[in-house]
Write a protein that binds this ligand. Structure first.
Ligand code: PAF
Length: 285
């Protein structure tokens, strides 16, 4: 497995894979790889012949005062995990390779989709995500890119960017991978103490409780949201950023859940801001 740092070299590698007829799969990451990332890699390997994983802590998606500096970085460990899975190439550029002096072009998805949910408390975050993903898609030129459903808003925003800008790749969503307690896998779980990690299982439990209410006939979002809020508030230091019930594609609020809706939460859990979600659907009944 090669670890490539330059745009020219990754382009050469992908172009030679494509010229031998291979379908190229791409898994963009910021490293600190956990089982969630590994499931994306495995999905890419199932669907494609040549898999590129990018490892790049993208500074433009972090706001002032966020965790850019302390975000976990361990290329050696990440590379060992990728190698064990049989990844073909890691693309791990320096910041100066992606954002050289004079860089001043941005890709921004407009409308409400980037302003609601995490967009409200993280202004500029999605502009950083869409800019780096557009750049990575242009560099790697994959046939398909694989994203986790845990970042449901990121997924919806990327899908919209790809659709609006006619980018020639498919975006594949992969299910959330959870720890045994139900806590959604995230690189930021490493910020939690052992006790906080145990307490944080309440997030998924509260989402499941809202699903149970929904499946027993409750359709009012206000009631479903209150159930989640009261369970999360049982942990006295957990601060609710948002609990929203929205259309899974547009992310616009849904007051009465007819068939399908996304329940998305963001909780400040001690040192970590944790997000999670669940899809309410009558088909889950
Ligand atoms: O989900 C992430 O890890 C990042 O937002 C991504 C898609 C790699 C862009 O930096």
């Amino acid at each position: 497995m090669k670890i490539i740092k330059t745009i020219n070299e990754i382009r050469e590698q992908v172009s030679s894979a494509k010229s031998s007829g291979m379908r190229v799969g791409f898994v963009p990451t910021m490293g600190a790889l956990h089982a969630g990332h590994l499931s994306l890699i495995q999905a890419a390997q199932k669907a494609c012949d040549f898999v590129v994983v990018s490892i790049f802590v993208n500074p433009t998606q972090f706001g002032a005062g966020e965790d850019l500096d302390k975000y976990p970085r361990n290329l050696e460990l990440d590379a060992a995990k990728c190698e064990a899975l049989g990844v073909d190439v890691i693309f791990a550029p320096q910041v100066s390779e992606m954002y050289p002096d004079g860089f001043d072009s941005w890709v921004e998805v407009g409308g409400e989709i980037t302003k609601v949910l995490c967009g409200r408390s993280r202004p500029g975050h999605f502009r950083g995500v869409t800019t780096v993903c557009a750049k990575l898609f242009n560099i790697v030129l994959p046939d398909a890119a694989f994203f986790g459903q845990k970042d449901a808003q990121q997924l919806a925003v990327i899908r919209k960017m790809v659709r609006d800008l006619n980018m020639p790749l498919s975006i594949e969503a992969c299910p959330i991978v959870r720890e045994e307690s139900g806590l959604a896998m995230s690189s930021r779980n490493d910020y939690l103490s052992d006790i906080q990690r145990v307490d944080a299982a309440i997030i998924y439990k509260s989402l499941l409780a809202s699903e149970e209410l929904f499946l027993s006939g409750e359709r009012r979002s206000s009631v479903l949201r209150s159930k989640i809020a009261s369970m999360i508030s049982s942990v006295d230091y957990a601060k609710i950023d948002y609990i929203e019930i929205v259309d899974p594609d547009t992310l616009m609020p849904v007051e009465i859940v007819e068939n399908k809706a996304l329940v998305a939460v963001a909780i400040e859990f001690g040192p970590a801001r944790l997000i999670d979600n669940i899809i309410l659907s009558l088909n889950n009944a």
